[in-house]
Ligand binder design. Structure first.
Ligand code: ADP
Ligand code: ZN
Length: 635
């Protein structure tokens, strides 16, 4: 890895202080190879490529004794005097650079920060659809050189060729061979002849095959902010107007109107002709979010993981061209090539999905902070349950803390109550997952026409398979964690690596036939709910039932329309939903996440319970939250 001084040098655009002998000066490009050594290499830029090559383009360069052509990124170009003989760059692959100098610098920083080869970072930051120019085709365009146009009347040509040539000469734009043939009413043959005689000039470039449609939803007016929201907006606007980097932590309970504040701050950014990036967890990239932003801004790009390469490329180009005002996207949208960034917002900033778990293992919050600092723009972090790091930053003054403690329209926060599951609390052992207290609360809620959400952060039917005779527990042979029983396909699955085997009906060690399935997952909870609330509709939402694209949204629509009385599922149901009729939230087992071998287990559990609690009490009739736990005293 280069030291920070090297890095400095790499991006120094000022001419060197010392004057050099012009005769020895050469145009030198630094390139990083796609594969192989990670240090940059120097190559000479031949005169014929000098016009076309800029840093941020891909090139082909000769490597090794056999001068095998390999792919590389050009990361710097400099005219300097050097005595060494350099090999020349052979080819420039891109017509336009894929990275601006600022983005190149960002990728260099990522490589250093996350100990990842620079080329690998570049590969990760530029979407495959952009690298492959998805949705475009190399197309030939014809025009008539001026000297030919000048002697058009004196040329002796067969009639069809002359007609085609005249047509092209009078066309205000360049034409493809086919377009010219169509316009002149001839075949391609006369055009081929004209090209052979060098009477027409041809050039080729990539053009988009189809423009993607971009429907415009009805516009919505800004909401009238309440006092707290106004203060929050003012704090963000003050930083915006100072044009300086500043970190602001917007600590606001769910439903406190944070999104409204972001949108009004972004309007200021857009009025400067700048762009904003809004990062949200992937799960929040719903049509609901999309239409909320689309209703306020003319050009919004929503980047989610289901985009095709063609769509992704199309969005990227429009963002790079400055045509997009607001980029809303998951983690990787932090690399959106906005030419004049004005603001970055990270909503639900505590979410784990902002951390990438393959190289480069970046955290979008850290990248956003670096980008905001280098581009001198504010960074707004929003959450009801900030990450401890962000909270600490606010306590030390590194971030400015803005509080939105109340819900909009003075809706009360739901009452949260724990249900002590311990036997010592004088209860009899409940057979299922739902305690008597929770059962009664559910019954009352449903009788009142309210809806219920049940959170159980464990999918599958049974979470533990063990032989009561010899004690053997069925584990993943690769990960050594318990396999989970999935009833539908009668399989035992590892939730870490997806290892799957048929569910055993006898012990594989001692052959005992009474192997036991214990531990409750969402499938079993669903069976229990269906049995105990037979007259009500119930829907399970976890990654097993929500595999098809769009199924998540379809399920939420059903719930919103009241077709479903009880929604149960994993953390998937904890986030972002806003349904006024939900009057009860039950957390089936709050302890489960508390004992994961993770130093953030307590923090995560608090966040999850708080998030799911926020799903209720959104309507006029209020709501309440019951948390079942064996550790009611846990902080
Ligand atoms: P958060 O992002 O903090 O969860 P939202 O911005 O989504 O909060 O606001 C929650 C709901 O309240 C939304 O339906 C939104 O339209 C509404 N809302 C937000 N601000 C106001 C306001 N000032 N007046 C009335 N309704 C508002
Ligand atoms: Zn495994």
């Amino acid at each position: 890895m280069a030291s920070s001084r090297d890095q400095q040098r790499l991006f120094d655009t000022d001419a060197p202080a010392w004057e050099v002998d012009a005769a020895a000066e050469r145009c030198v490009a630094e390139v990083v190879l796609f594969q192989g050594p990670t240090e940059p290499f120097s190559y000479e830029v031949p005169a014929k490529l000098r016009e076309r090559l800029t840093p941020g383009c891909r090139v082909k360069v000769p490597l090794g004794r056999g001068n095998r052509l390999v792919d590389a990124w050009c990361v710097q170009i400099e005219t300097k005097a050097i005595s060494r003989v350099l090999k020349p760059i052979c080819e420039v692959v891109d017509e336009k650079r894929l990275l601006s100098p600022a983005m190149l610098q960002l990728t260099r920083w990522l490589a250093d920060r996350y100990l990842c080869p620079w080329a690998q970072v570049l590969q990760a930051v530029i979407p495959a659809g952009v690298r492959g120019a998805a949705g475009t085709r190399l197309t030939t365009f014809l025009s008539v050189p001026t000297e030919v146009a000048a002697r058009l009347t004196t040329l002796k040509l067969p009639p069809k060729q002359l007609a085609a040539l005249k047509h092209l000469a009078h066309s205000p734009v360049e034409l493809t061979p086919q377009a010219l043939a169509d316009a002149a009413g001839c075949t391609l043959a006369p055009i081929v002849a004209l090209r052979r005689k060098s009477l027409v000039r041809s050039s080729s470039r990539r053009v988009r095959q189809t423009e993607l449609e971009n429907e415009v939803p009805p516009r919505a007016e800004n909401l009238q902010l309440n006092e707290r929201q106004r203060q929050a907006l003012d704090a963000i606007l003050a930083s915006l107007r100072a044009s300086r980097y500043r970190q602001l932590l917007l600590h606001g309970v769910t439903g406190s109107g944070k999104t409204e504040v972001y949108m009004q701050a972004i309007q200021e950014v857009v009025s400067y002709g700048r762009q904003a990036i809004v990062l949200v967890p992937e799960i929040s990239l719903t049509p609901q979010t999309k239409s909320r932003f689309r209703a306020r801004f003319d050009s919004v790009a929503v980047l989610h993981s289901h985009l095709s390469d063609v769509e992704r490329h199309w969005h990227w180009e429009r963002i790079a061209a400055g045509e997009i005002q607001v980029v809303v996207g998951a983690r990787s949208a932090v690399f959106a090539p906005t030419p004049h960034l004005g603001l970055i917002v990270i909503d639900e900033e505590h979410e784990t999905s902002f951390k990438q778990d393959s190289a480069p293992r970046y955290h979008a919050r850290e990248v956003a902070r670096y980008r905001a600092e280098t581009e001198q723009v504010p960074l707004v972090l929003g959450s009801a349950t900030p990450a401890l790091e962000s909270w600490h930053a606010a306590l030390t003054g590194e971030a400015e803390l803005i509080e939105l403690p109340d819900r909009v329209m003075n809706l009360p926060m739901p009452a949260v109550q724990t249900i002590d599951l311990r036997l010592s609390a004088g209860r009899r052992l409940d057979r299922g997952a739902i305690s008597r207290q929770l059962y009664l609360a559910m019954r009352d809620t449903l009788n009142d026409g309210g809806q219920v959400i049940l959170l159980l952060n464990r999918r599958g039917f049974s979470t533990h398979i063990q032989c009561p005779s010899c004690g053997h527990a069925v584990r993943c042979p690769r990960c050594e964690i318990d396999l989970t029983y999935h009833k539908q396909d009668v399989t035992a699955i590892c939730h870490h690596c997806d290892f799957t085997q048929p569910a055993p009906n006898h012990c594989e060690k001692c052959n005992f036939a009474g192997i036991r399935y214990t531990g409750i997952g969402t499938q079993r909870l669903e069976a229990e709910v269906r049995a105990r609330f037979a007259g009500h509709t119930c829907l399970r939402m976890d990654t097993d039932t929500m595999k098809k694209p769009g199924s998540h949204e379809a399920a939420l629509d059903k719930f919103r329309d009241g077709e479903i009385d009880i929604l149960l599922g994993t953390q998937m149901i904890a986030k972002g939903l806003d349904f006024p009729n939900v009057m009860l939230v039950g957390v089936v087992n709050a302890d489960m996440a508390l004992h994961l071998p993770d130093f953030r287990a307590a923090e995560r559990t608090f966040q999850l319970v708080t998030q799911v609690a926020g799903r209720t009490g959104r309507g006029a009739r209020g709501g309440r939250v019951l948390v079942q736990t064996f550790e009611p005293d846990n902080p």
